[in-house]
Design a protein around this ligand. Structure first.
Ligand code: SF4
Length: 617
């Protein structure tokens, strides 16, 4: 039996839902998850569509291992064209929704068109029904899920938008449980379609090709997890103590990427968050349960409760505005989840505003009367609500740093910290150069999750030890990190689990046992797979007009020296941007403008799929 996947194609304009089989040839080339999402988006969508227009497709993907007894493999993702970058978007999330998608019998849901009025989809293995969502519109993400669970029962899982998505905040998220597909503005695409939620009601039911073989490998995976010191560490802390490391080595971005260390950072170390921890939570079938819930019981933020913040949100609600208020970060994280907006982009947009205010480029007349002073976390919290509801100055910040700085003018663009229009995550590129070059060359904009350089933060010597201040000589490391991430995301595995002893050997074996395709266990196939995905994603962007000019880091990082409080890296800048790109493109087999050549595409089996790319050039 050939390996097939099933997709549900929903057209909101026509109110139709049709089940289709994905061609086996495509399944064998891309396996599923991220690879399939990118391939479907490339092949189905014509270039230059408006990301917030009805032609843009919104593709939900689960991986072929989701819902199985294997651990940490049930994440889900969304692929679309981003309203933040105008390029390729992939945004990943956890919780149960990926498993539920497969329990309902689907590997993918493609949403097309636009509903004339707010709507939600109720999906079961038997049907997909359209329901009016007028009463849900305006509700936050938590309340929306509660209401849909009341309506459709406890066997229901929901992915929805909050007010941020409805109001087209360009970095709006899609929320399921308290996990979010938050980067790239995928929630704004959903909002532009008047689609409030997908609710799936189903029994747990996933079949694999070889149940006996699969069970054996899954048991081995569990044994390796339990034996792993890194697994135990992650289970205890999640990412709530990563700032202890990044601040000590001088890569904790502070005051809109001016400094690499935060004064008094020990006040926000993991041990301090631990004091407010009230529980653990996890994604479907993952014994790490690395989500850490925090509850503020006293002070001005009493009552604040968040199933987070994780490291990125801890950082973005402290360092960028020079605050050490843990309580404010918990409240800010909670608000972003409720409103359905990305914490990283929201916090960076606020950081931009604080710096502009300090330089006198904006004043209280621009900010609805608010004074933006470093250390003032209460104003940051107010701004988050204004962003999510697109009120006043918050509406400008809801455009993201590139558009907001353009709207403000007066030289504000120089302070917009982004790559391809997406705001930077919590690793200072002048002290972690491979992180920076990953941001620059990533096809989705500045994302640490696109090719995380564990070599730089945790000293992981794979495939070789590196110096984090080296630039062009580490192009191979950036490529390896990006391709390796893409391979795992066909799974869709959790990136944290890669260090727990089971990857890639058991991963390949699980894929083969689940699908019946033996070559999915072949290390050479898996390595090529990541490269293939990076190339199809790059082809999408090239077709949209992206090139070398877009593989950039913010000017600040190339022209202003980094300042630390004593950690290594004082005076560092990014000096070899062009040399890095030359080397990166050469190793990838791309043109000097950063485009995959016809030869490279043919080598990867992509000639037919991408035949339009070079035909038009
Ligand atoms: S390690 Fe954490 S984020 Fe990853 S799958 Fe497990 S619970 Fe989810």
């Amino acid at each position: 039996m050939p390996y097939e996947q099933r997709l549900l194609r929903v057209n909101l304009s026509r109110r139709t839902a049709v089940v289709e089989t994905i061609p086996p040839a495509l399944c064998e080339l891309f396996v599923g998850g991220r690879g399939m999402g990118a391939a479907l988006l490339y092949s189905e969508q014509r270039p230059s569509v408006d990301p917030l227009g009805e032609e843009n497709r919104l593709i939900f993907m689960a991986g072929p291992l989701a819902g199985t007894q294997a651990q940490s493999v049930s994440r889900w993702m969304v692929c679309t064209k981003s309203p933040l970058t105008n390029g390729y978007a992939r945004s990943v999330a956890g919780a149960d929704f990926g498993a539920w998608l497969r329990f309902a019998g689907y590997d993918s849901i493609i949403v097309e068109g636009k509903s004339a009025s707010p709507v939600y989809l109720h999906i079961t293995p038997e049907a997909c029904k359209f329901f009016d969502a007028g009463d849900l519109w305006g509700k936050d993400s938590l309340r929306t899920q509660e209401l849909l669970n009341e309506r459709h029962g406890g066997k229901t899982r929901v992915a929805c938008i909050g007010p941020g998505g409805e109001r087209l905040v360009r970095y709006a998220a899609i929320v399921s449980g308290r996990r979010t597909a938050s980067r790239c503005g995928v929630g704004a695409v959903m909002g532009s379609k008047n689609l409030k939620a997908l609710a799936i009601t189903t029994e747990r039911n996933v079949r694999v090709f070889d149940p006996v073989g699969f069970k054996k490998v899954a048991a081995e995976q569990g044994r390796l997890f339990r034996a792993s010191g890194q697994f135990k560490e992650h289970k205890e802390w999640g990412t709530t103590a990563t700032q202890n490391v990044t601040n000590s080595i001088g890569i904790f971005p502070t005051r809109n990427f001016r400094y690499g260390q935060l004064k008094n950072c020990e006040k926000i170390y993991g041990e301090e968050y631990r004091k407010l921890r009230t529980g653990d939570f996890g994604c479907y079938n993952c014994s790490a349960r690395c989500g850490k819930a925090h509850h503020v019981k006293t002070g001005p933020y009493a009552g604040a409760y968040s199933e987070g913040p994780e490291y990125e949100s801890i950082w973005v609600f402290t360092g960028p505005i020079d605050s050490t208020s843990i309580e404010a970060s918990i409240r800010a994280d909670q608000l972003c989840d409720d409103l359905g907006i990305d914490t990283i982009s929201a916090g960076n947009s606020i950081a931009l505003a604080y710096e502009l205010y300090e330089h006198g480029i904006i004043d209280s007349k621009d900010t609805d009367g608010m004074e933006l002073v470093y250390g003032d976390h209460e104003t940051m919290v107010k701004l988050i609500t204004k962003i999510g509801l697109r009120e006043g100055f918050g509406s400008i910040l809801g455009e993201g740093v590139v558009r907001a700085s353009r709207i403000i003018g007066r030289g504000a663009q120089a302070y917009a910290i982004h790559a391809k229009g997406m705001e930077l995550p919590a690793y200072e590129p002048r002290g972690a150069k491979s992180h920076g070059f990953n941001y620059a060359t990533s096809n989705i904009g500045a994302s640490h999750c696109y090719g995380y350089a564990a070599q730089e933060v945790f000293g992981v010597p794979l495939p070789r030890p590196i110096n984090r201040f080296d630039e062009a000589k580490n192009a191979d490391i950036v490529i390896g990190n990006q391709d390796g991430t893409a391979t795992g995301e066909v799974g869709i595995i959790c990136a944290f689990s890669k260090g727990w002893g089971w990857y890639p050997t058991n991963f390949g074996s699980l894929l083969a046992a689940a699908t019946g395709v033996e070559r999915f266990a072949d290390p050479a196939f898996l390595q090529r797979l990541g490269e293939r995905i990076l190339n199809i994603e790059r082809a999408f962007n090239v077709r949209e007009g992206f090139g070398r000019k877009d593989d950039r880091l913010p000017t600040r990082l190339l022209s202003e020296p980094l300042h630390t409080l004593g950690a290594p890296g004082e005076g560092e800048m990014v000096r070899e941007m062009e040399e890095f790109l030359d080397r990166y493109y050469e190793l990838r087999g791309w043109t000097a403008d950063g485009a995959p050549t016809p030869e490279k595409l043919a080598e990867l089996g992509l000639a037919e799929l991408t035949k339009d790319l070079w035909a038009k050039r």
